[in-house]
Design a protein. Structure first.
Lengths: 438, 39
């Protein structure tokens, strides 16, 4: 008889309030948050292989209907699927509040490229004393203990580390959902196969031009465009989802933006456009930034690709809704922590000790992850991390204050506005609600 | 207590409201992710 159950390789993360759980499917790289009662129903079906026994034990018609609805929804959304055997899912428990869900980690400042806008000044001669393999594993163990379930790895270039595959294997053994950001020049077919086996959740890369000429000048290495793009297409043909390609819009590549748009959309690859942040080598490179108006047009075009309905829905749903204080657009200050290549805990790549002494949350060689997260709360509780205009802004429920880093860097205030996103939202509303296709 | 017993107890508690509330939220969450705001 055909059975139903959870996807075979699945992680269950119980939230700290024990009232809801996150399910993460390693094969399909997707997650969902459901309440505990729904999970319990699905878990019983997973164990039994069907809903027959469960439904036969329920006499209350109302309860039976609710259970049938949940099972039907779970089947439709493919969280209960046809299986040969029950899923022996992995289990984690979030043990601290506020819950720390994600660690973003700059594993190294070593990089084979020398991008002129690099915010952490990565290059082959960067002498940051990075964490050893054992030190990295120790942090991973600490993360596992308190219920973190996601990692985003970045650099520098993570494949400059000779132990990167060992680190990725360790993360997989500990059942973390791992996304990687790489310049894509140091990987090959064999590594891509290994990344598939490790069920890497998503792949992000960066290209700052539509040709070798513009990209390689910007990235400081001849041949970078060819390798990055070739490997991007190889990853596209693998089981690893591409999260996005980061594109910096500059006066040097502006004439290629149409070509860049076609380059990705023709392949079904998502790309995002941004400007240079005046941090690290970016301080000297901001002279190449395009105007905010131009940047917004490029952003609109990239985000709109296939997303018009989502935007329209979000805007319509936002009417009359009030933004919840403390909820930020990317999760900074809320559910994530960043580790610099030096091992220092901080908030995000550009809200770090590089920007302000107060953003230092502890040296991971001396401070536990739990303690660093507590240090973060002490800081957060003493400042207003929201955009100061949230209560009066009709876009607040969508923009959530935009990028708090960009707001801080450009205004010098924690509650300052992210002017790029303020303008972006106005343009977005005009375009979406007028029904124009960008 | 088995999972089945736990469920039966919840049903009797008058607080039985199982929800897969995030099926749609998952799509919105993707929309919300930091992509739009990347620095």
């Amino acid at each position: 008889m055909r059975k139903i159950g959870f996807p075979q390789e699945m992680l269950v993360v119980q939230k700290a309030n024990k009232k809801s759980v996150v399910l993460y499917d390693f094969d399909r790289r997707r997650f969902i948050e459901i309440n505990y009662q729904a999970f319990l129903i699905m878990d019983i079906v997973n164990t039994e292989g069907s809903d027959e026994k469960l439904l036969s034990l329920i006499s209350d018609e109302d309860a039976k209907q609710k259970i049938q609805d949940i099972i039907e929804q779970a089947k439709t959304s493919e969280w209960l699927v046809n299986v040969d055997r029950p899923s022996l899912y992995y289990f984690k428990e979030m043990r601290i509040t506020p819950e720390l869900e994600l660690i973003q980690w700059e594993l190294t400042n070593q990089c084979n490229l020398r991008c002129i806008h690099c915010y952490n000044e990565s290059c082959e001669t960067n002498d940051t004393l990075e964490l050893s393999t054992d030190e990295v594993k120790k942090i991973i163990d600490q993360a596992d203990e308190i219920g973190v379930w996601q990692f985003d790895l970045t650099g520098g270039e993570i494949f400059m580390r000779s132990d990167i595959m060992e680190i990725l294997k360790y993360l997989h053994e500990k059942h973390f959902a791992v996304r990687i950001a790489t310049n894509g020049t140091l990987i090959d077919d064999e590594i891509i196969v290994q990344l598939e086996q490790l069920k890497i959740r998503a792949y992000t890369t960066s290209l700052d031009g539509g040709s070798s000429k513009t990209n390689d000048f910007f990235r400081g290495a001849n041949g970078a465009f060819k390798k990055t793009y070739e490997n991007l297409l190889k990853v596209k043909n693998s089981s690893i989802p591409i999260r996005r390609v980061n594109v910096t819009a500059t006066t040097l590549n502006e004439h290629e933006m149409d070509a860049i748009h076609s380059m990705y959309t023709s392949q079904g690859i998502k790309y995002v456009v941004d400007n240079i942040v005046p941090s690290g080598r970016g301080e000297d490179a901001v002279k190449y930034n395009v105007s905010n108006d131009d940047l917004i047009q490029y952003k609109l075009r990239s985000y709109m690709e296939g997303n018009e309905d989502n935007y329209r829905l979000a805007l319509v749903n936002s009417i009359g809704q009030k933004h919840q204080s403390g909820v930020t657009s990317c999760g900074v200050f809320r559910n994530r922590i960043f580790i610099m290549a030096s091992g220092e805990y901080t908030f995000c790549p550009t809200l770090s000790g590089r920007e302000h002494e107060n953003f230092k949350l502890g040296d991971s060689r001396k401070t536990s992850l739990k303690q660093a997260w507590e240090n973060a709360q002490t800081f957060i509780n003493h400042i207003n991390t929201d955009c100061g205009n949230l209560d009066n802004c009709k876009y607040a429920i969508i923009c959530k204050g935009g990028c708090r880093s960009r707001a801080y860097i450009t205004s010098g205030r924690f509650d300052g506005p992210d002017k790029v996103i303020c303008e972006y939202m106005q343009h977005l509303e005009k375009r979406v609600l007028s029904g124009r296709v960008v | 207590m088995s999972k089945m017993e736990e469920l039966l107890q919840l049903i009797e508690s008058d607080d039985f409201s199982p929800e897969i509330h995030a099926v749609q939220e998952e799509a919105l969450q993707r929309f919300d992710e930091e992509d739009v705001y990347r620095t």
